[in-house]
Design a protein around this ligand. Structure first.
Ligand code: MRU
Length: 338
């Protein structure tokens, strides 16, 4: 592990040719430390262990992980692909990125071709986010007051961010009056990571407890709830961080609009609807302990799904790099992705 020298030097995913350097997101915002992964197994551990997280970022990391494996031993492609693909189940970007490399591999591409493709996936993600930022910001009114959930920023992507990218672009256009970002229990991606990104850029934001969102929508004007996605089914049902569905229900009740921002690699047309999306459940200790300290009585059982599905009917707009889908349904999604 090495320490970042200055905040401006921060680069969440760095490809160094013989290793992948990841900003360890478990330690932020208190410590800025990097983790070097030299094998696919180490990358898979970093993904499962949440050192790198966020759907597009884990897709990018997995692609580089496969390159590390093939550079070491070309015969390890299948095994490395399997280990990486099983590191987290919900974000389809991971499988999508691995499938892009598999396509090249099956057509005789070697390690150099795979590395070039991993770099392309990384670079494309940033340019897609910048474009989605413009498209999403165009939907916001002047003086927008928005809620966002989890972390969907530069840390979760190849740069700029998806939902947070829209907020960044809208802020640069002078359109944002107030952001409220949820804590996002139990990993606190909102309190630790989104707050860190928002503060570094001077975007006006207040942290709220996850349970405060409906009260906020009831007592103050909220124009949009803006979130990312881990997988979007063919009919528009969207899996995202646990608590997203609750926000969508509250938004509908209180007249706030609901925006999902995700690149085309997040769509999974093989899932016809949300029920077909696998939902990751993580260890009970993530709820019963905080940084190793018990917060529940010893032996307490827990249910810890870390994603939920928001039905398409609660979504006003899906913003993708290919365009905006208002009132998403299977027909509109198929037309956009065709
Ligand atoms: O468990 P995480 O932190 O990987 O969950 C992240 C999210 O749910 C994000 O909203 C999603 O991946 C979109 S990130 C651009």
């Amino acid at each position: 592990m090495t320490s970042a020298s200055s905040p401006s030097a921060v680069q969440p995913i760095g490809w160094l040719g013989d290793r992948l350097r990841l900003l360890d997101q478990r330690l932020l915002p208190m410590q800025e430390e990097y983790l070097d992964c030299r094998s696919a197994e180490e990358v898979a551990q970093a993904i499962h262990g949440m050192a790198v997280r966020g759907a597009p970022a884990i897709g990018i990391a997995a692609a580089y992980g496969l390159v590390l494996a093939v550079r070491r031993n070309p015969a390890s492609f299948e095994q490395a692909e399997k280990v990486l693909a099983s590191s987290r189940p919900t974000a389809v970007n991971l499988r999508w990125a691995l499938a892009r490399l598999r396509g090249l591999w099956q057509n005789g591409g070697g390690a150099d071709a795979l590395e070039a493709e991993a770099r392309r996936i990384h670079a494309e993600d940033l340019s897609q986010n910048l474009h989605m930022g413009e498209l999403g910001a165009a939907l916001l009114p002047q003086g927008a007051r928005v809620i966002t959930h989890c972390n969907t920023g530069a840390l979760a992507t190849g740069g700029h961010g998806t939902a947070l990218g829209v907020i960044r672009t809208a802020h640069a256009q002078g359109k944002i009056e107030q952001v409220y970002n949820t804590e996002t229990r139990p990993w606190l991606q909102g309190a630790r990571l989104t707050a860190w990104e928002l503060m570094r850029e001077g975007i006006p934001s207040k942290l709220i407890a996850d349970g405060a969102a409906a009260h906020l929508m009831r007592t103050e004007r909220i124009d949009w709830v803006i979130v990312g996605a881990d997988r979007i089914a063919a009919n528009g049902d969207t899996a995202n961080k646990i608590g997203t569905y609750m926000l969508a229900v509250a938004a509908q009740r209180h007249g706030a609009r609901f925006m999902v921002v995700a690149p085309s690699g997040t769509f999974d047309l093989s899932c016809p609807y949300g029920e077909a999306i696998p939902i990751e459940e993580r260890a009970a200790q993530e709820l019963t302990e905080f940084r190793g300290q018990p917060v529940a009585p010893p032996g307490m059982q827990a249910f810890n799904p870390v994603f939920d599905v928001t039905p398409a009917e609660l979504i006003d707009a899906i913003v993708c790099e290919r365009g905006v889908i208002e009132n998403p349904d299977a027909r509109r999604i198929a037309a956009l992705l065709r």
